[in-house]
Design a protein around this ligand. Structure first.
Ligand code: ADP
Ligand code: ADP
Ligand code: ADP
Length: 214
């Protein structure tokens, strides 16, 4: 399956993507995780992306689209993938469509996670991620690690993302509304959008998502 996950920052995209990718046996591709890995490895791409991420703005398309395409061209993604955080504007959605068309394949669904803004703010404020791998995600109250500050998965140090500060979150929510939400209408005209509530326990949301994708 080829699936796109959309939803505001803090909706639980990464959390759900981890379970869904496992259930569906497809790779979880998160452009945010790819950027953070590039930053921690000190690559040129990481250097180009960093200031935009710290400001809560989108990284320019000429950087992002190439990185996403390279990842989707990896052997594990040939049969399908779960995209988390890409596309994030209409230009990226058009680039993805063109790429899939060239390969003679198409998206199966766009899963839209709906969460009220006050809940999103609480989820982001308590989010802690692992230094080794930003796909290892915890929450200080909703999903605390067994030992405070230590990743259950790999033992790495947990920290708060720089862009999870209150001020940057406000910018990211605005960027979501103005630049990312329009892709939902774009995909709606293709009949691909399924919207589910992302409220409730992680497992409940996963069940809802699996049902919506059937
Ligand atoms: P996104 O990738 O959409 O930004 P994350 O998956 O990183 O969101 O989740 C944001 C925060 O909310 C994390 O701290 C995560 O542990 C927590 N979280 C995710 N899903 C839920 C849920 N259903 N209920 C409570 N907290 C959640
Ligand atoms: P969240 O989980 O809170 O939605 P992400 O980890 O997906 O956040 O993204 C963090 C930051 O990385 C974004 O604010 C943006 O600066 C950058 N980013 C991630 N994906 C994209 C993309 N597709 N296009 C442009 N910038 C992106
Ligand atoms: P299991 O061992 O049942 O496969 P985990 O040990 O990964 O599951 O998770 C235990 C519980 O913690 C799950 O019920 C899930 O709802 C919740 N959980 C796991 N990861 C996260 C996360 N990143 N954010 C919020 N809740 C999570």
């Amino acid at each position: 399956m080829r699936i796109v996950l959309v939803g505001p920052p803090g909706a639980g995209k990464g959390t759900q993507a981890a379970y869904l990718a496992k259930n569906l046996s497809i790779p979880h591709i998160s452009t945010g995780d790819l950027f953070r890995a590039n930053i921690s490895q000190g690559t040129d791409l990481g250097k180009r992306a960093r200031a935009f991420m710290d400001a809560g703005q989108l990284v320019p398309d000429e950087v992002t689209i190439g990185m996403a395409k390279d990842r989707m061209a990896q052997p594990d993604a040939v049969g399908g993938f779960l995209l988390d955080g890409f596309p994030r504007n209409v230009g990226q959605a058009e680039a993805l469509d063109a790429m899939l068309r060239d390969e003679g394949v198409a998206l199966d669904a766009v899963l839209d996670l709906e969460v009220p803004e006050d809940e999103v703010v609480k989820r982001i404020a308590g989010r802690r991620i692992c230094r080794n791998d930003s796909a290892h995600v915890f929450h200080v109250t909703y999903n605390p690690p067994k030992t405070e500050g230590v990743c259950d998965v790999c033992g790495g140090e947990l920290y708060q993302r720089d862009d999870d500060s209150e001020e940057t979150v406000r910018t990211r929510l605005e960027v979501y509304h103005t630049q990312t939400e329009p892709i939902i209408d774009y995909y709606r005209t293709q009949g691909l959008v399924v919207t589910i509530s992302a409220l409730g326990k992680v497992t409940e949301v996963t069940d809802r998502a699996m049902e919506a994708l059937e």
